[in-house]
Design a protein around this ligand. Structure first.
Ligand code: SAH
Length: 352
């Protein structure tokens, strides 16, 4: 029994079942036993590998993309920001790629909830001008050049199952002393009324309130200038159960080891886009397409000139992994926010 499971079992026995969002939040960010609070889950030895950990090309290209957006807007006085920076690798690559661009902003604000990962980021970004905030609401006013990679998938979701006349919510309760999924009685839910037309009985819809709240905060700043690039796995409009747990690179039962497995859900880019008012949001673009448009192949070829043997093989594999449709190229998507009337960053198209 994990310490967190013990705690959750006692809490549910006293107060009743938890919705999935409360369960996810406790599993990921409980101050003593939460997944992100206690470990560095990234890389080959961790539970998963993210794009910036796969290759420096990812951060370099996104950094140059932000730089072009900044130049297109006449070089506003902006700061750099990142949501959920993990080890800090992406921001390090952005700063290196843009180091020779005159006047490009170098003041960085990181939004990170885990004190443990904040100290990892401080090491990676030693010598840089970095400040931390715990929540996007504490970001300074814009203009801002903001990135977020695999941040929104870690935010707590709730799941609703469509019935004949309304929705039942999936919750985590107890069967004996084991954690088990259960359902609430069916009720009408106004926030989901727009999904009545495109769902039928038994369909599952996921809803992430914190994602929409954070987008509102981000859009309020980007609307003053700059740009935001959001990359994550997911699709346009949530449908179906995407709640999943990963431990040691393998899927596990999300209720089996609370605090020890990473919990995620696919990102609903439609919900993010709708929350980005008053910004202009690009079309959702697959990661592979975006990176090709930004020039990943010539960049990969240039880097390959100085590599050989196993490092060259690993570099070729990394290029494929980031872009190929059977790897991260199609599952991962990106959107870009810009102030209304500003052109979208390179690689992105405006929604028609
Ligand atoms: N962007 C990184 C790491 C992604 S993992 C990469 O690409 O490698 C998710 C990150 O978001 C972690 O740093 C985690 O601690 C942070 N995080 C998760 N939930 C958060 C929340 N509610 N507020 C702030 N940071 C959060």
């Amino acid at each position: 029994m994990t310490a967190l499971r013990d705690l959750l079992t006692r809490q549910i026995a006293t107060d009743g079942p938890l919705n999935l969002a409360d369960y996810m939040q406790l599993c990921l960010l409980h101050p003593q036993h939460g997944y992100y609070a206690t470990r560095d889950p990234f890389g080959a030895a961790g539970d998963f590998i993210t794009a910036p950990e796969i290759s420096q090309m990812f951060g370099e290209l996104l950094g140059l993309c932000l730089a072009q957006a900044w130049m297109d807007q006449g070089q506003p006085d902006a700061f750099l920001a990142e949501l959920g920076p993990g080890r800090g690798t992406l921001m390090k690559d952005v700063l290196r790629a843009t180091a020779r661009i005159p006047n490009f902003p170098r003041k960085v604000v990181l939004v990170e909830a885990s004190p443990h990962l904040r100290s990892v980021q401080a090491e990676t970004l030693a010598g840089e001008d970095v400040a931390w905030v715990e929540h996007s609401s504490a970001l300074p006013d814009g203009p801002v050049l903001l990135i977020a990679n695999e941040f929104f998938d870690a935010l707590p979701i709730r799941q609703f199952i469509r019935g004949a006349n309304g929705w039942s919510e999936r919750r985590v309760g107890l069967q004996g002393d084991t954690l088990a999924f259960g359902l609430t009685e069916e009720t009408r839910i106004d926030a989901l009324s727009h999904r009545l037309a495109d769902t039928g009985a038994g369909d599952i819809v996921e809803f992430c309130l914190s994602a929409t709240q954070i987008m509102v905060e981000v859009a309020a700043r980007v609307s003053q200038g700059g740009a935001g690039i959001i990359v994550d796995y997911g699709d346009w409009r949530s449908l179906g159960d995407t709640f999943q747990a990963l431990e040691n690179h393998a899927p596990v039962d999300p209720l089996a080891s609370p605090g020890l497995a990473d919990l995620t859900a696919h990102v609903d880019f439609e919900a993010l886009t709708r929350s980005a008012h008053p910004c202009q949001v690009s079309q959702m673009t697959p990661q592979g397409v975006l990176l090709e448009r930004l020039g990943i192949t010539p960049r990969a070829q240039a880097l390959a000139q100085v590599l050989q043997g196993e490092t060259l093989d690993a570099h070729i594999a990394a290029h494929r992994r980031l872009t190929h449709p059977e790897e991260m190229g199609t599952l991962f998507k990106a959107i870009a926010l810009t102030p209304r009337h500003a052109p979208p960053p390179p690689g992105f198209d405006l929604a028609s």
